[in-house]
Design a protein. Structure first.
Lengths: 378, 230, 230, 378
C-alpha cells in the first residue's frame, strides 16, 4: 500500500499548474474541479504522459520522476493503469484482444477470459469496439487496464460517455473492483455526485492548484476556501466585510460568531444546515424573505432573500411544510455549521462558536468603524 | 484496330509496371518514417520539410525534369559519381527514371500517410504505451492497422501517379524502347506518328486502369467518400 | 545568363498567366455548383459523378491529351461545330487549350471546394434557415465566409496546376509561339535545343511561383497545416 | 397561447419513432430520455429539419406539416427558434451580427442592442464566437433565437456544454426569459435535475416512444410504466409475479395492497417515501438487511437487501440516525406511495390502498398456485 508523492510544476501556453500532495495508498482519490482546472493534466503528469517543468513523482519506494536527479521513467514502465475519457480502445482488435493487449503472451488468453467474466462481458469476446454499447466499452477499457495488474489506477472521467441511469451501477462496480484489487485509484471528474459516491479522498482543483485535499467527509463539511466551496456545491456564501468582538458583518447583516479568523473573506453554510424558525434569535440568525419553493425529489428547496437582496438556499426533507412566498422568516445559521472561507488560502479546521456575551452585537455603523483597524492588523 | 492488336507492343506496359512498382517500394520505405516524423514532430524545420515534400505537387514537370537533368546529368556531381560506380549514366536510363519518379510522386505517398498518422487518436497510442507495449509494437499493432485506408490510398495514388507520369519521363528518360519508353510516352509517340489505333489501344488500357484505381480508393473509404485533395 | 536575359522572351509567361486565369474563372463558375451538389446530394449518381470528376487526377496526361484530340479534333462532332461557328479549329489553338486545361485541373478545384462544403457544420446552415434566412442568403453569408480556406486552396491549386500543365498542352496545343507555347512547353523546347540558360531562367520563374503558391496554401491553413492529398 | 399538436411517425435506418401529443401553449415542456431515445429527432421533426413519414404538426391554427394534405412549411417560415446543443453560432460574425441575423435589416441594430443588454452581453458585441466562454456562447445563441420573436422555442440540451456550477444560473435566467416572452418552449435533456428545475411539463421518451406526458409534479410522482420510472430515477422497482385477494408478491416477498391492476408488472416507490421502523407491520412492510449507508449532502442513503438479495434504497434527511450495517430492519412501503408500473403500457393514475382484511396474506406457496390462473385472465 504505497502512497503516491506528487510535487510538480508544469507550464504550457497560458496554463500553469503547481501541485504538492501525498495521495494515500489505498481507496479511491477523486480529483474534483471545473473544466480547465488541470485535473486531467495532473493525471497525465503522474502517468508520465506529460513532463513536469520541475519536481518529483514517486509511488512508495519507486521514483518515477525527479527533475534534480534526472530520473524520468517512461509511461510504459510505470505500471500505471489508465482509463481514458473516451476509452481509447483499439478499434482493430476484438474485446478479448483489447483486454489481453497488456498481458504477457503466455497468460494472455487465460487473463482475458478471467476479466471478461469478472466484468460481465461474456459473449462479447469476439466483438469489435464499434459493435459495443457505451457501458460495455467502459467495462472493456476497465478490464484492459486491470488485466495488467497496475500499481496505480488512473481514471479520467470514466463515466462521462455513459447514460445517467447506467452510471449508478458502473460506479458501484468500479468501487467493488478497486476494493478487491487493493490498489490506489485516482478518479478525475467534474461531477459532484460522482465524487460523493465513490470518493474516499477528495482533492479539489481550481485554476491549476490543489485547493484542498483530504478525507471525503472532511472536505465536504469544511471546504476551507471560497473557490473550493464553489466546486463542492456550497451555494450559501456570505461575504465578510467587518468584524468586532465576536460579531461578523457583511452587506447581508451580522452574526454573533466568535473564532472567525482575520483572513476569513467569506462565511459558508450548507443548504441543509440552515434552520427555520418563527422567533428572532439575536446572535446566530438573520431575517429573510421567502421567494419561492422548489421540489427536488427527496428534498425541497426554499429560496429566500437577505437584507442585501442576495439569495439564501435552504433544503428541507420533501415532507416538511415550508413558509409561503412573500413571508418574512428567521433563518438560523448554527455556529458549528458556519465555516469561514479564505481566498487563495484555506481556513479548514476552524471551529466557530456562538459568542459568549449576552449583550447584542453593536449596530453595523459601529462595526464599520472597526473595519479599518482590523484590516491594518491583517 | 485488329491490325494494331497484332503488332501490339507490350514492352511499354511491362516497363511501366516495373517502374511504378520500384518507385512505390522506394517511396514506402522513405515515406513511412518521413510521414511519421511530419505528423508528430514539433521541430521548427517541419514547415520547410513539409513545403519541400509538397513542391512536386505544384511544380511543372518540365521544371522538375530540367533540374533533374542539371543535377543528375553528365558533368553533375551525382551523375558522375553514379557513372563511375555503375558504369552507366543516370539520365536516359531506367535508374534515372526511378529517381525522377520518386521525386515526382513523393507528395502522393507522403501526404496520405501523414494524414493517416494524424488521424490516429493519440490516446490509443498512449493507452498502448501505458499497457507496457514498446514503441515498435505500438506502431505495428495499433498505429498501422488503424490507418489501413491511408496505406491503400498512398499505395494506389503513388503507383497510379507514376504510371501516368509524362513530362518528367520525357525530359529525363527520353524515349528509348525497352529502357525508358513507358506507356504514356508510347501513346505520345503513336499520336505524333499518327498511329491513332495503337494510341487508342494503349489509352484504353490506361483508362481502364485509372477507373480501377479510383474504385479501390473510393472503396477503401468505406462508403464515407472523401475528397482526395485538400 | 545575362545573354539569355537580354533575349528573354516574355510571351510564354503572359500566355501562361492568361490561360491559367481563364481556366480558373471557368472552373470556379462550374466547380462551385458541382462541389455543392456533390457535398449535399443523396442521389445514386453521386458516386459516378465523383469518380468522373476525380479521373484527371490519376489519368495520364497523354491519355487525356489523346482523347481530347479525338473528341475535339478535325472530323469530330465538337471540333467541326466549333469550326463552323468561330471559323477556327479547337485543337492547336488557345480556345482548345482552355478546354483541355479545365478538364485537366477540374479535380484540383472541385475537390477542395467539396471538402470545404462538407466541413461546414450542417447545424449552422439549419440555424440560419430557422432564423428565416433564404437559401441564397445562407449560402452567401454563412457558407462561403466559413470556407475561405477551401476557396483559397481551390483557387491556388487550380491556377498552379494549369500553370504547371505540360503533357496535355503538348498534345492538344502543340508548340505555337504566341498561341499555345506556354512556359512549361517553352522550357521543354529550350532544353531540347540545348539552350540551358533560357531554360534555367524560365524554370527559376516557375520554381519561385510554386514556392509562393505553397506558402499561400499553408498560410491559408492558419497554422493548422494539413495534407493537400488525403 | 397556441398548443402544439404533434402526431408523427418517422423511420430511418434501425431507428423508428411514433409520437402523438399535445404540448401546452405556455411554459417549458421538458423532453427527458436516455441518449438514442429520439428526443432530438422529435424536436427536429417539429422544427421541420426532418420529414415525418406520415402524420401532422400544427401550432394552434397554423398547420406546419400534414402528410395527407401535402402541407410541409419549410423551417424558415415556421417561426420556430432553435438553440442547438453546440449553439451553431456563425463563426464569421460578431456577437452583434449573430444576434441580428434573423431580424429585418431596419431593426437589426436596435434589436441586437436590446438583447445584448437583456442577456448581460454588454461589451462583447464586437467579439467573435471563438473569443467567448461557454456560458457566453450559450447566451448569444439564446439571444439570437429570441431576437426573432419565435412562436415556439426549441432547446436541444442547451446547458450540456457549460460547466456544472454555471448551469444553475443559466437555467434560472432561461426560466425568467421564457416566462417573460410568454411563448411555449420545448427543452430536450437527459439530465433529471434539469427537468426537475425547469420543467412545467414533462415528456418521457424511451426508444422512440413518448412513454409519459403531463404536468411535472404528476409525472415525477407517478411514472406509470417501468421504462419511464427508470428514466425518472426511480431506483426501487420490485417485479410482480403473482397476486391474490389484495396481496401482491414477487421474489422479494409480498405486500398487502389492493387495487393493483392485472397488467402491473412492477411496483415502484421513491427512496424518500420508504419508512423505517423496528416492529414488523404485516401488510405493507418487508423485512430487509441494512448493507451500507452513504452521505449524499442533504440526504443520507441507506442501502439494504431484500429476501431475494435485490437492493432497496432509502433516503433520509442528513441528520437522521440510520441502522448499522448488518442489522435486520423493517421497511414500510406506504400504500399511497407505491405505484404500479406497466411494461409498454402506462398505469398512471392508479391509486393503491392497504387491503381492508385483517387476516394476514396467504403464504407465498398459496399465491404461486394462483399465478397460472391470474396470468390466463390477463
Amino acid at each position: 500500500m504505497n502512497p503516491l508523492d506528487v510535487d510538480v510544476e508544469f507550464e504550457r501556453a497560458a496554463f500553469s499548474l503547481a501541485v504538492n500532495a501525498q495521495i494515500p495508498g489505498e481507496g479511491i482519490t477523486v480529483l474534483l474541479g471545473p473544466s480547465g482546472s488541470g485535473k486531467t493534466t495532473l493525471m497525465r503528469l503522474i502517468a508520465g504522459l506529460e513532463n513536469p517543468k520541475t519536481g518529483s513523482v514517486s509511488l512508495g519506494p519507486q521514483t518515477w520522476f525527479d527533475h534534480h536527479q534526472g530520473i524520468d521513467i517512461p509511461v510504459r514502465k510505470r505500471k500505471v493503469g489508465i482509463v481514458f475519457q473516451d476509452y481509447a480502445l483499439f478499434q482493430n482488435m476484438t474485446v478479448a484482444q483489447n483486454i489481453g493487449f497488456g498481458v504477457a503472451k503466455s497468460d494472455r488468453e487465460r487473463t482475458a477470459d478471467t476479466w471478461i467474466e469478472r466484468l460481465d462481458l461474456g459473449g462479447l469476446a469476439d466483438r469489435y469496439p464499434a459493435q459495443l454499447s457505451g457501458g460495455q466499452r467502459q467495462r472493456v477499457a476497465l478490464a484492459r487496464t486491470l488485466a495488467t495488474d497496475p500499481d496505480l489506477l488512473l481514471l479520467d472521467e470514466p463515466f462521462s460517455a455513459v447514460d445517467a441511469h447506467l452510471r449508478q451501477n458502473l460506479r458501484a462496480q468500479l468501487m467493488g473492483l478497486v476494493a478487491a484489487v487493493k490498489k490506489p485509484a485516482i478518479l478525475v471528474t467534474h461531477d459532484l455526485d460522482e465524487a460523493r459516491q465513490v470518493g474516499d479522498w477528495i482533492g479539489v482543483m481550481t485554476a491549476g492548484r490543489l485547493a484542498r485535499f483530504g478525507a471525503a467527509h472532511e472536505i465536504f463539511n469544511d471546504p476551507g476556501e471560497y473557490a473550493a466551496a464553489c466546486v463542492l456545491g456550497w451555494r450559501n456564501l456570505l461575504p465578510v466585510s467587518s468584524w468586532n468582538a465576536g460579531c461578523v458583518a457583511g452587506p447581508w447583516g451580522q452574526l454573533g460568531l466568535s473564532g472567525v479568523p482575520l483572513s476569513a473573506k467569506w462565511l459558508g453554510i450548507r443548504a441543509e444546515h440552515i434552520g427555520l424558525g418563527p422567533g428572532l434569535v439575536p446572535d446566530c440568525a438573520l431575517q429573510a424573505k421567502a421567494v419561492r419553493c422548489r421540489e427536488m425529489g427527496a428534498v425541497r428547496e426554499l429560496q429566500c432573500r437577505l437584507a442585501d437582496n442576495s439569495m439564501l438556499y435552504i433544503h428541507r426533507p420533501w415532507n416538511t411544510p415550508l413558509p409561503a412566498a412573500g413571508e418574512t422568516i428567521t433563518v438560523h445559521l448554527p455556529a458549528q455549521y458556519v465555516k469561514p472561507l479564505g481566498e487563495g488560502t484555506s481556513l479548514a479546521g476552524t471551529q466557530l462558536s456562538q459568542r459568549a456575551s449576552t449583550s447584542p452585537c453593536p449596530p453595523l455603523s459601529t462595526l464599520r468603524e472597526h473595519e479599518a483597524h482590523s484590516t491594518s492588523v491583517v | 484496330m485488329l491490325e494494331a492488336l497484332a503488332t501490339f507492343d507490350t514492352e511499354p506496359i511491362f516497363l511501366t509496371l516495373q517502374l511504378a512498382s520500384m518507385t512505390l517500394a522506394v517511396l514506402m520505405i522513405l515515406g513511412l518514417p518521413l510521414a511519421w516524423w511530419l505528423a508528430n514532430t514539433k521541430s521548427p524545420f517541419r514547415g520547410v520539410v513539409e513545403t519541400l515534400t509538397a513542391l512536386p505537387l505544384v511544380l511543372p514537370p518540365s521544371v522538375l525534369g530540367f533540374y533533374l537533368l542539371v543535377f543528375l546529368g553528365k558533368g553533375s556531381l551525382i551523375g558522375e559519381a553514379w557513372q563511375s560506380a555503375t558504369g552507366e549514366p543516370l539520365v536516359f536510363t531506367f535508374s534515372g527514371l526511378v529517381i525522377a519518379s520518386c521525386i515526382y510522386s513523393l507528395p502522393f505517398v507522403v501526404q496520405p500517410l501523414q494524414a493517416g498518422f494524424e488521424s490516429i487518436d493519440k490516446r490509443t497510442i498512449e493507452a498502448a504505451l501505458s499497457l507496457g507495449a514498446t514503441h515498435l509494437r505500438t506502431f505495428l499493432e495499433v498505429v498501422l492497422p488503424n490507418m489501413r485506408r491511408s496505406l491503400i490510398v498512398a499505395s494506389v495514388l503513388g503507383f497510379a501517379h507514376t504510371v501516368g507520369e509524362f513530362g518528367v519521363v520525357l525530359m529525363v528518360g527520353g524515349n528509348i524502347p525497352g529502357e525508358t519508353q513507358v506507356i504514356s510516352i508510347a501513346i505520345y509517340e503513336h499520336v505524333e506518328s499518327i498511329e491513332y489505333e495503337a494510341a487508342h489501344l494503349l489509352s484504353m488500357v490506361l483508362l481502364a486502369f485509372s477507373f480501377v484505381v479510383l474504385l479501390i480508393v473510393y472503396g477503401a473509404n468505406g462508403g464515407k467518400r472523401e475528397a482526395l485533395i485538400a
